[in-house]
Design a binder for this molecule. Structure first.
Ligand code: ZN
Length: 236
């Protein structure tokens, strides 16, 4: 395989805090970095809108990142919206089901994302697949677990006869440490970019601004982001 293959990464990039931190992580390590986003009929297209702004602002943050950011791909997988009773695609309130999983859960969503990402990476000659899944701030998603993704890596490599490596840089850190990682990677300018341009809120609120960014402040995603920000600031 060529060194271009060895030095290339595809980042699952939603426009949220976690995947933006993962994009910075990849830009710091690989010479060619492409991004992929999924349009699965999410209720709020706001995250997808944020992606473009973040991409054009993140690469200039560091001299060595400038030439590394390559193409962006948005895959339409709206068929996911036909599958579940889910608060991500229908206008219903976020509640918790008997299983303990929030109704924002699209069963196996990350398995589906990684399968599409791997097929795309195969076509693009890319070895490293990067996702922002995390076990620490456990939100009840079994497809975010380390064992699930290790198993998926093996399956993808068997099924496509490839040597993909699945990376999850945030797997064992909490939200406070995610803020810290972003600062280490891109300093104050990356923190500002995350505050101003990334979107995590389940409600899709882009009007309410706090020190940690935009969002309602009450949904589970905002609470994680806010608590992580407070913990990071109190420790540094
Ligand atoms: Zn929110």
């Amino acid at each position: 395989m060529t060194s271009d293959f060895e030095n290339s990464a595809l980042v699952l990039f939603s426009g949220g805090q976690d995947s933006t931190t993962c994009l910075a992580w990849a830009l710091d390590r690989y010479k060619r970095v492409e991004t992929v986003g999924f349009d699965y009929g999410q209720r709020h297209a706001v995250e997808l809108d944020c992606r473009t702004t973040i991409r054009s602002n993140i690469a200039p943050l560091k001299e060595e990142w400038k030439d590394r950011l390559g193409e962006d791909h948005v895959l339409d997988i709206k068929v996911l919206g036909e599958i579940g009773e889910t608060a991500m695609t229908r206008d219903v309130e976020i509640t918790y089901e008997e299983t303990g999983l929030p109704n924002t859960f699209v069963p196996g969503r990350n398995l589906i994302f990684f399968n599409f990402a791997a097929a795309l990476a195969y076509r693009r000659g890319i070895k490293h697949l990067v996702g922002g899944m995390c076990e620490t701030d456990y939100s009840g998603y079994p497809d975010c677990r380390d064992d699930t993704l290790k198993s998926l890596q093996a399956t993808l490599n068997l099924g496509m006869e490839m040597r993909f490596v699945v990376h999850t840089p945030l797997m064992w850190i909490d939200k406070a440490e995610t803020w810290k990682m972003a600062e280490e990677l891109g300093g104050g300018p990356l923190i500002s970019l995350i505050i101003e341009e990334t979107h995590t809120c389940y409600i899709g609120d882009r009007k309410t601004k706090s020190e940690w960014g935009y969002g309602c402040g009450d949904c589970p995603a905002c609470q994680l982001r806010k608590n992580g920000w407070n913990a990071w600031n109190n420790s540094s």
